[in-house]
Design a binder for this molecule. Sequence first.
Ligand code: TXD
Length: 309
Amino acid sequence: MARPKVTVVGAGNVGATTAQYIVERELADVVLTDVVDGLPQGKALDLLQAGPVHGYDCRITGANDYEPTAGSDIIVITAGLARKPGMSRDDLLLKNAEIVGGVVTETARRSPTAILIVVTNPLDAMAQLALRRSGFPKQRVIGMAGVLDSARFRTFIAQELDVSVENVTAFVLGGHGDTMVPLPRYSTVAGIPITELLPKDRLEALVTRTANGGAEIVGLLKTGSAYYAPAASVVEMIEAILKDKKKILPCTAYLEGEYGVKGLFVGVPVKLGRRGIEQILQITLSPDESAGLQRSAAAVRELTDKLGI
Ligand code: TXD
């Protein structure tokens, strides 16, 4: 049986680490692309040479053009710029929209049945742009944010209670970043809601740390942002899709009325399988949680309005 094919656009920190985790799990052959001459080719060759040691046979190809991406099952978009000094959030929005728009046009026409996983920030708006540009059905355009945000929350809960991360499930809704909505009452340790295990003030501290999880790492690294956990999160989504696992994961999905949000990408629990987003799960939110989600949606809407999408 032919191995599935995954294209990763952007051979920077998140892109290259995503390629690494894909081949280490032997999930797919990988095509890694970037605009920087030699970068994707060099990283692809290096990863290929780790194969004999790790014991994987996946093919890994690096390219500066899109021809080798044709017929991909999944396309992961990590291409973009980080914010530079003097650059406003809006400058970044417009620049990354230009990059992501171009990438989507080039990849979608060569892989018309692919599933797009968008990673580039501002995530929710870039996912919306990818949906519009590709003309793909909404089931096949997914943003990665919730898996990462909930992985961070799970890490902090496990640390706080000194239990295995494997026992901890956590739920995070909403947009990526400051407006995310962690849901402690749906977060559990071996099935026990964490609201029964942690006092309110500790729980609030963990929620705040989760919401600032990305900034905490940027503050430490200084020259870049997180990539191990983001790449691991992308790969969990890829695995759920390629193995048709029907796994329930928090992902950024296009809503058409669910949770009272219409025509916008927001993070919600979805079922991921071979057809992409196979279902959006609707859970009952408290008035506070619902208000948080609406605030989050409004922040996303501001960006999509600026892009006119
Ligand atoms: O939760 C999430 N969604 C995120 C998002 C978690 C982590 C990172 N997040 C965002 O992903 C981050 O804010 C960036 O927008 C992207 C990629 O982050 P990364 O840390 O990988 O950035 P790098 O190392 O700067 O890599 C970006 C690469 C770099 O090699 C550029 O040369 C390349 O993108 N690039 C392009 N590749 C292809 N085509 C075009 N046009 C292009 N422009 C730049």
